[in-house]
Design a protein around this ligand. Structure first.
Ligand code: HEC
Length: 208
């Protein structure tokens, strides 16, 4: 008797559990003018203050708190605007990079340049990257006399905001990395102007 009954009973139990869970999860999906029946509220109901509501917790009775005195929005925080724009207060391009030139900075600049600039300007800066080889688009040659004569801040400005058909990279490249790229462009330009006398004597034979 028992042996015959128990599979039936088990099936009934499973069915009722399934029906209950289907019902309870479906309750919140019915369209109805009645307030929903929450079986499991998850995080749909929680203790909170709504904007402009009253609160007995604070002495002034407001739930909305004012920012602490001296608070500055992150987006407008500019401790040194020449550093982050490449332009001085007088409206001139910064003459020399504010980042001290170190081997680490140059290496970082090389890495970032090869990622962000080389696709168009190529790894030497001559402007024959993969992008212009596929599209009618002429990147500047970073060894042009006109461009070599730029002060550091003008490079920073072009990298940040773009110029004519070149897009700006302020969103992708951090300020410090932009200055690192400027330093590396200087190294590329110096290398371009180099001649055999710049090579250490013991290596000159190898270069020839
Ligand atoms: C998607 C292609 C592309 C990338 C990537 C790119 N550039 Fe350019 N760049 C150009 C083009 C095109 C010009 C020429 C703009 C013009 O004269 O219309 C240019 C011009 C320039 C100039 C000369 C501006 C002038 O006054 O003539 C500089 C400097 C420069 N780019 C630096 C960079 C640096 C540094 C990077 C990397 C952060 C970079 N570019 C990334 C396409 C690119």
């Amino acid at each position: 008797m028992n042996a015959m009954n128990s599979p039936l009973r088990r099936r009934a139990l499973i069915l009722s559990v399934l029906a209950f869970s289907a019902l309870s999860s479906a309750c919140s999906n019915f369209t109805s003018r009645q307030p929903p029946i929450w079986v499991w509220t998850d995080m749909k109901q929680q203790e909170k203050y709504k904007p402009q509501a009253e609160s007995a917790f604070f002495a002034d009775g407001r739930t909305s708190r004012r920012p602490l005195e001296g608070t500055i929005a992150q987006e407008t925080y500019r401790p040194d605007s020449a550093y982050s724009t490449g332009i001085t207060e007088a409206g001139l391009y910064v003459a020399r990079s504010p980042e001290p030139i170190t081997a680490d900075l140059l290496q970082r600049g090389q890495q970032r340049y090869n990622i962000y600039c080389a696709p168009c300007h190529d790894r030497t800066g001559a402007g024959r990257g993969i992008v212009p080889s596929k599209a009618i688009w002429v990147p500047g040659n970073l060894h042009d006399e006109r461009i070599v004569a730029f002060v550091d801040g003008e490079f920073f400005h072009v990298i940040s905001n773009g110029r004519r058909s070149m897009p700006g990279y302020a969103k992708q490249i951090s300020e410090q990395d932009r200055w690192a790229i400027v330093a590396y462009i200087r190294a590329l330009q110096r290398a371009w102007q180099g001649n055999l006398n710049d090579v250490p004597a013991e290596l000159q034979a190898k270069v020839r």
